[in-house]
Design a binder for this molecule. Structure first.
Ligand code: PLP
Length: 504
C-alpha cells in the first residue's frame, strides 16, 4: 500500500467508523452467531496475491460485524464498561504510526517522558497523595500497563522479592547470588502468602499463582457491606503467622467487581503501618476514575500508607483499551526486582542514571505508546468534561436504583447504586414487611429472571454470586448511556420477574 492508497483507504475507514458509532444504537448489542461461525466464512489460508483495500474493508461489515459484542452500545450494561472515544482512537492511530518498542528512554524519549508527565497529571486529578508523583522525595511514580491483571502480577512479584531481599539482609546475607543465599531465599519464598478480599478480583489470586506463592482470602461479609475491615485483615494476618506463614502482600479494593464495595481504607492503613513488611496495593480498576470528582476524593486520604495503586483508564475515563495506570510509592521496589541489563540493552543514557527506562518497572521488555491517547483524552475533555461524564454514570445508577426500589413486590436491592452499579434480587415475597425472605428461593427466582432477560438478547447484562446471594448487576456507564435505555432495561426486568413469579 503506497501513501496515496493509504490516504484513500484511511478516509474510507474513518467514514465507516463514524457511521458505525452514529448508527450503533440501531444494531443489536449482542451477536447472534454460534460458536465456530467465522472459520467457514474465511478461506483456508492467506491469499497468494495481495488484495485491494475495498475488498478487505467489505469484510468488516460482512464477516466481523456479525460476530461483535458492542461494548460502546447504550444497551451494554454488563461487567464494567470499556469506554472508547474519538480522541482515544486518534491516539491509537498516531501510536501505530510511530510504532516503537520503547523500552529504554533512548528508544523514543517522547514516549517515556509523555507517560511520566501525563501520569503525574492523572495523579493530581485523582488527588492521590504526593508520594505517588514522579518528583516525590521518596522516588514514587506511575507507569502505564495494559491491564489491571498485569499491574497486580507486577506488584505481587515486586512485593515477593522485596521481602526476600529484606530478610536476606537482616540475616546477614550480603551477597544475594551466593549459593547459600539462594537456598535461603527459596525457603523464604516457600512460606509467603498473598492476601486479598474474598471479593477481590480474581487477578490477585492469579498473580499469586504466577508468583508461586500461597493465597488466602480475607472475609468481607454482607454485614460489612462486602468490604474488608481492619479487624478481618488483622485476624487473617495473625492466623497466617500462627501457621508459620509470612503474609507479604494484600490487595485492598476500591470498587469491587461484584458490588463496587470499598474496603475500609482508613482501617487498612492503620494495619499497614503495624505490618510495614506487607505490600498493600489498592485495586481501583473501575471505580478509581470517580476520584476525579471532589466528592470522592476523601477516599485517597489513607493512600500514603500503601505501596501502590492502579486504575484502568480504559474502563471509565474514555481512554481506549488498553491503558491501566500503576502508581508506586517507591519505584526502587520495582527496579530492584526487574532491572536486568544485558550488554545489548546498555546505552550511555541508561548508564548516566538520568533517565527512566520503563522496562525496569515491568514484566515485558517492549512497550506501546499508550500515553498519547491518554493525553489526547485529557486535553479534549478537560477535567470538567471528564467529571461531567462520571457524574452522568453515577446519576444513571441512582435512577436505576430508584426504579428497583419502586417495585418492592418484585425486587430487593442487595447493594445500592455505588459508582453507577446496582445489584438486586427478585423478592420471593409480595413486598410486605416480614414477607418470605427465603434466600434459596430468592436465588432461584433471580437466576430465572436473569436467564430470561439474557436469552432475549436485547440488553447485555451480567449476574454474580456474592456471599451466597445470586444478584443481577446493572451498570450503565458508557458514553452513549441514557435514561431511556435504563428505563427500558428496568421494564424488561419487570416483565421477566412478573412471568417468573407467576411460573410462566
Ligand atoms: N480489578 C477489578 C476491581 C476489576 O473489576 C477488574 C475487571 O473488571 C480487574 C481488576 C481486571 O481488569 P483487567 O481486565 O484490566 O485485568
Amino acid at each position: 500500500m503506497d501513501s496515496s492508497q493509504f490516504r484513500e483507504a484511511a478516509n474510507s475507514a474513518i467514514d465507516e467508523i463514524v457511521q458505525y458509532y452514529d448508527t450503533l444504537a440501531t444494531r443489536p448489542v449482542l451477536p447472534s452467531v454460534t460458536p465456530g461461525y467465522l472459520k467457514p466464512l474465511l478461506p483456508q489460508g492467506p491469499p497468494e496475491e495481495g488484495e485491494q483495500w475495498p475488498q478487505i474493508q467489505a469484510d468488516i461489515e460482512k464477516v466481523i460485524q456479525p460476530g461483535l459484542t458492542h461494548w460502546q452500545h447504550p444497551k451494554y450494561m454488563a461487567f464494567f464498561p470499556a469506554n472508547a472515544s474519538y480522541p482515544g482512537i486518534l491516539g491509537e492511530m498516531y501510536s501505530s504510526t510511530f510504532t516503537a518498542a520503547a523500552f529504554n528512554w533512548i528508544c523514543s524519549p517522547a514516549i517515556t517522558e509523555l507517560e511520566t508527565v501525563v501520569l503525574d497529571w492523572v495523579a493530581k486529578m485523582l488527588a492521590l497523595p504526593d508520594c505517588f508523583l514522579s518528583d516525590s522525595p521518596g522516588g514514587g511514580g506511575g507507569i502505564i500497563q495494559g491491564t489491571a491483571s498485569e499491574v497486580i502480577v507486577t506488584a505481587v512479584v515486586a512485593a515477593r522479592e522485596r521481602i526476600v531481599r529484606k530478610n536476606l539482609l537482616a540475616e546477614g546475607f550480603t551477597s544475594p547470588d551466593a549459593e547459600e543465599a539462594l537456598d535461603r531465599a527459596a525457603d523464604i519464598r516457600g512460606k509467603l502468602v498473598a492476601l486479598g478480599s474474598e471479593h477481590a478480583h480474581s487477578s490477585t489470586q492469579k498473580a499469586a499463582i504466577i508468583a508461586g506463592t500461597r493465597y488466602r482470602s480475607v472475609s468481607a461479609p454482607r454485614n460489612a457491606n462486602f468490604s474488608v475491615t481492619a479487624s478481618s485483615l488483622r485476624s487473617t494476618i495473625e492466623a497466617c503467622k500462627a501457621k508459620g506463614l509470612t503474609p507479604f502482600y494484600f490487595t485492598a479494593t476500591l470498587g469491587s467487581t461484584n458490588t463496587c464495595a470499598v474496603d475500609d481504607l482508613e482501617g487498612i492503613a492503620a494495619v499497614a503501618r503495624d505490618y510495614p513488611d506487607i505490600w498493600v496495593h489498592v485495586d481501583a480498576a473501575y471505580a478509581g476514575s470517580a476520584l476525579i470528582c471532589p466528592e470522592y476524593q476523601h477516599l485517597t486520604g489513607p493512600m500514603s500508607s500503601f505501596s501502590s495503586f492502579n486504575l484502568n483508564l480504559h474502563k471509565w475515563m474514555l481512554v481506549n483499551f488498553d491503558c491501566s495506570a500503576f502508581y508506586v510509592k517507591s519505584r526502587k521496589d520495582l527496579t530492584d526486582t526487574f532491572t536486568l541489563t544485558p550488554a545489548y540493552l546498555r546505552n550511555s543514557y541508561t548508564d548516566s542514571g538520568l533517565v527512566t527506562d520503563y522496562r525496569d518497572w515491568q514484566i515485558p521488555l517492549g512497550r506501546r505508546f499508550r500515553s498519547l491517547k491518554l493525553w489526547f483524552v485529557l486535553r479534549t475533555y478537560g477535567v470538567k468534561g471528564l467529571q461531567q461524564f462520571i457524574r452522568k454514570g453515577i446519576k444513571l445508577g441512582e435512577f436505576f436504583n430508584g426504579l428497583v426500589d419502586s417495585r418492592p413486590d418484585l425486587f430487593t436491592v442487595v447493594t445500592p447504586a455505588a459508582f453507577a452499579l446496582t445489584t438486586f434480587q427478585v423478592s420471593p415475597g409480595n413486598g410486605e414487611p416480614n414477607a418470605n425472605s427465603d434466600t434459596d428461593e430468592a436465588n432461584r427466582l433471580t437466576k430465572a429472571v436473569f436467564e430470561k432477560v439474557d436469552q432475549q438478547r436485547e440488553f447485555f447484562i451480567t449476574s454474580s454470586v456474592v456471599g451466597g446471594i445470586y444478584v443481577i448487576r446493572i451498570v450503565s456507564a458508557n458514553e452513549r448511556a441514557e435514561e431511556k435505555y435504563v428505563q427500558e432495561v428496568f421494564e424488561t426486568l419487570v416483565k421477566a420477574a412478573e412471568k417468573v413469579k407467576r411460573g410462566v
